[in-house]
Write a protein that binds this ligand. Structure first.
Ligand SMILES: NC(=O)C1=CN([C@@H]2O[C@H](COP(=O)(O)OP(=O)(O)OC[C@H]3O[C@@H](n4cnc5c(N)ncnc54)[C@H](O)[C@@H]3O)[C@@H](O)[C@H]2O)C=CC1
Ligand SMILES: CC(C)CC(=O)C(=O)O
Ligand SMILES: [Mg+2]
Length: 359
């Protein structure tokens, strides 16, 4: 078994180092090979996703990814910007199904910005379509406006699009996931305005006919954003497009206490996957040793479960994370009075120590 380890930029190397440490502590037989990606790869090889990094990701059984991006690359032409690396990996590996579980651990009920009673016991799953929508639609670009009131002015445009098979396959993923949990899917769209999302709604409804045991509700994205902070526990599985899922999952992260707690799995049709925290490279705290590594460590657990057939090892990591939280250890983002503030490395060490003392 081979894991491609792509730390990336900002806090990426700091948090991935802790996840790697945790994986090593499991004493499983994995080969891990590291490669540069994002801004780090641009510096080293002149491209955010060098051929050798892509090849490694393709040949590996799974990819453990940190994060990419830094403000200093914002003026580069788009194809060279760090974010193109993660978009390119998603496309090249066909990682269309992004699982973002938002679970509020009992110990973090008070770390959420919502009232404890709203988030206690929260366990929702956001399934975000990851290789379509306006993030990948062509054409896009800048031009002179061809018509309308501002004809002749400079304008920019992107294309929102979804094909029927793309919607069908993510809908199947969502209904099948819901079958294993609360048997309810909320499909989030903007069908009242966008044709792409009326089509989305129609296709999801059609696929639902094959899952009579699962309840389906449709919700507009603006309402979903509101309901997520009003009554988040009413959701079970949320399925939505690439951009809405990107936004709603950051919002859902705060229900769990911090974006530093939200792991993710991005899977293709063969269950091969890339595992990364839902957050970015956090340049504002990079290099300070204060980032929360738990989202990345929990992503490594998802990797063991989904791609490496090691469900027991995944359970061990998740229970080690619960145990360090129960011990009162907190990185700055989830710190509250009465708990002990620790840095990135100490948090990783504590998870390793908790693994070693498991019965
Ligand atoms: N998959 C990826 O590689 C992603 C990359 N990005 C890139 O990351 C860069 C920064 O983007 P932002 O919008 O600032 O989003 P971000 O998610 O990196 O940070 C947002 C806020 O959350 C905090 N934060 C994030 N992760 C944390 C952690 N583990 N522990 C404690 N605090 C944490 C940051 O300090 C910041 O205040 C940009 O270049 C962006 O394009 C953003 C999202 C995903
Ligand atoms: C580069 C972005 C599309 C990444 C992002 O914000 C995400 O996947 O959550
Ligand atoms: Mg995002």
């Amino acid at each position: 078994m081979k894991i491609a380890v792509l730390p990336g930029d900002g806090i990426g190397p700091e948090i991935v180092a802790e996840a790697v440490k945790v994986l090593h502590a499991l004493d499983l037989r994995f080969e891990m090979e590291e490669a540069p990606v994002g801004g780090a790869a641009y510096e080293a090889a002149g491209h955010p996703l060098p051929e050798a990094t892509l090849e490694l990701a393709k040949e590996a059984d799974a990819v453990l990814f940190g994060a990419v991006g830094d403000w200093k690359y914002d003026t580069l032409e788009r194809r060279l910007r760090p974010e193109q690396a993660i978009l390119g990996l998603r496309k090249e590996l066909g990682l269309f199904a992004n699982f973002r579980p938002a679970i509020c651990y009992a110990e973090l009920t008070h770390a959420s910005s919502l009232k404890p009673e709203l988030v206690a016991g929260l366990d929702i799953l956001i399934i975000r379509e990851l290789t379509g929508d306006i993030y990948f639609g062509q054409p896009r670009g800048r031009r002179e406006s061809p018509d309308g009131a501002f004809r002749g002015a400079q304008e920019a445009f992107d294309t929102m699009r979804y094909s029927k098979p793309e919607i069908e396959r993510i809908a199947h993923v969502a209904f099948q996931a819901a079958r294993k949990r609360g048997k309810k899917v909320t499909s989030v769209d903007k069908a009242n305005v966008l044709e792409t999302f009326q089509f989305w709604k129609d296709v999801v409804t059609e696929v639902h006919a094959q899952y009579p045991d699962v309840e389906l509700e449709h919700m507009y994205v603006d309402n979903a954003a509101m309901q997520l902070v009003k009554a988040p526990k009413k959701f079970d599985v949320i399925v939505t497009g690439n951009m809405f899922g990107d936004i709603l999952s950051d919002e859902a992260a705060m229900l769990t206490g911090s974006i530093g707690m939200l792991p993710s799995a991005s899977l293709n049709a063969d269950n091969r996957g890339l595992y990364e925290p839902s957050h970015g490279s956090a340049p504002d705290i990079a290099g300070q040793g204060v980032a929360n590594p738990l989202a990345t460590i929990l992503s490594a657990a998802m990797m063991l479960r989904f791609s490496l057939n090691q469900a027991e090892a995944a359970d061990r990591i998740e229970s080690a994370v619960k145990s360090v939280l129960a011990q009162g250890l907190r990185t700055a983002d989830i710190y509250s009075e009465g708990t002990r503030k620790v840095g990135t490395r100490d948090m990783g060490d504590a998870v390793v120590a908790a693994l070693r003392t498991q019965g």
